[in-house]
Design a protein around this ligand. Structure first.
Ligand code: SF4
Length: 441
């Protein structure tokens, strides 16, 4: 990554890699004065030999574990296919360790003209949803709820304090209106244009990347210059929108990977991914069925939290039904269990609910043995659920149920919803009895 990739945070700051934590400033590229290097004010060539990147290169080539890369190293310890391993595999054919050793000087410096093959861009925080586990740094729709929920109008992003305020028409907005709008300006796109001919992989997230209008112009530029057939596009989308222009442009590219974030069906989806509507998501899946090329790989990324883990098999069953009825999409489901913040982890739920999830999964797995044997994507999805449900059922119980419910109930009041509608009456009683027995709230 620190040789041939470029990563930009959603407030436009250059960072060493999208996997490093920027919350404590570890991965941000900073000036000597300590300010963030920003894609509107700094040239890409000026950051190629930033001291942080040089240190990363020398450490990686020496086989040392660079501290900011902790997420990847930790994942690999548990056998998880980390971003680091993914990048090594993906970049291997065009840039491998031998290339890195060849072009890197002893102090980690490389030529400013070294091609950029991959970019990772988060298009600000413009989003049409305010998902339960999200926040204003990733979604404009979170502003009002955040102020009411946290009793503050301030938050910090990339080590910069930001204020939310009401404008004259009584709408919530940021005091610094330009903070997340850099991708609407031409400076960044002009810089990217000068690297267009070597680009092979573009990862895009947000906010919601499919509503980031300017990026479609860049896709058109790649098509006009005949670069598109060499480029893989990758999106992390909530899939509540599927613009016609995306469907028209994508077939020109080598590959389009659409990672769709869905955390449940029906009312679970509508509650967790507020204020999306499950029927609307379904319509977009149906629309995708007539996609006019075979260059699209679409998979569901499902995050299992205390809000939806108990209902996650509904999503797996929905996927199975689609596969069995011959639908092209989604190809499979990847599942991830929430670890941070710990109060959102499914481990806060009573053990009875967590162990029932595992036994229900095992029954489903047994009844669908034939489908798993005949379809590798179905098998993969079951494997994803097996590791996650096993982890959820067997993990040490978390004492954070009161904290989880306190915040959830407060947000429920703001949104006029109730977490109790997601659980059966028996499970609500069980959860409440655990609260009482712990006498924690
Ligand atoms: S879709 Fe993504 S960015 Fe938008 S609110 Fe949900 S989690 Fe946040």
């Amino acid at each position: 990554m620190p040789w041939v990739s470029l990563s930009v945070t959603n407030s436009g700051n250059f960072r060493s890699c999208c996997q490093v934590s920027t919350a404590d400033g570890q991965g941000l590229l900073k000036s000597e004065r300590g300010t963030n290097l920003h894609c509107e004010e700094n040239e890409v060539k000026d950051i190629r030999n930033h001291s942080l990147l040089k240190r990363m290169r020398t450490d990686l080539l020496a086989g040392k574990k660079f501290p900011a890369c902790k997420t990847c190293w930790d994942q690999e310890t548990y056998g998880v296919y980390s971003k680091r391993l993914g990048e090594i595999d993906r970049m291997g054919p065009i840039f491998d360790e031998l290339d890195a050793r060849r072009i890197t000087q002893e102090d980690g410096e490389i030529s400013e003209d070294t091609p950029i093959y991959a970019i990772d861009i988060r298009f600000g925080n413009n989003c049409n949803l305010a998902c339960r586990m999200c926040w204003p740094g990733d979604s404009t729709l979170w502003y009002s709820d955040f102020v009411q929920l946290r009793n503050t109008n301030k938050f910090t992003i990339d080590e910069v304090s930001v204020e939310i305020e009401k404008n004259p028409s009584n709408k919530w907005q940021l005091s610094d209106k330009k903070l997340f709008s850099w991708h609407n300006e031409s400076r960044f796109w002009n810089q990217l244009e000068s690297h267009a001919k070597t680009l092979r992989h573009i990862y895009m997230a947000g906010g919601e990347p499919l509503i980031a209008e300017k990026h479609y112009n860049f896709l058109q530029l790649l098509i006009d210059r005949s670069i598109a057939p060499l480029v893989t596009l990758e999106y992390a989308t909530n899939f509540t929108v599927l613009p016609e222009k995306a469907i028209a442009l994508w077939p020109h590219f080598k590959l389009v990977n659409l990672g769709i974030s869905i955390d449940g069906t029906s009312k679970v989806n509508d509650y967790v991914r507020y204020p999306s509507k499950w029927d609307n998501v379904l319509k977009n899946f149906d629309k995708l069925e007539s996609y006019p090329s075979d260059n699209l790989v679409c998979y569901v990324n499902s995050t299992l939290s205390a809000l939806n883990a108990h209902k996650c098999l509904d999503l797996l069953k929905w996927y199975l039904e689609r596969k069995k009825s011959g639908r092209r999409y989604p190809k499979n489901i990847c599942a991830h269990t929430v670890v941070s913040p710990p109060k959102l982890s499914p481990l806060v739920l009573p053990h009875e609910i967590r162990s029932r999830l595992l036994s229900d999964f095992q029954s489903l797995q047994k009844s669908e043995e034939a489908a798993q044997e005949s379809d590798r994507d179905i098998l993969y999805s079951f494997e994803q659920y097996e590791s996650n449900t096993t982890m959820i059922a067997s993990g040490d119980p978390s004492p954070l149920l009161p904290e989880f419910l306190k915040e959830t109930t407060k947000l429920d009041k703001i949104r006029e919803e109730s977490w109790k509608n997601l659980f059966s009456k028996e499970d609500v009683d069980l959860i409440e009895s655990h609260l009482m027995s712990d006498a924690q709230i």
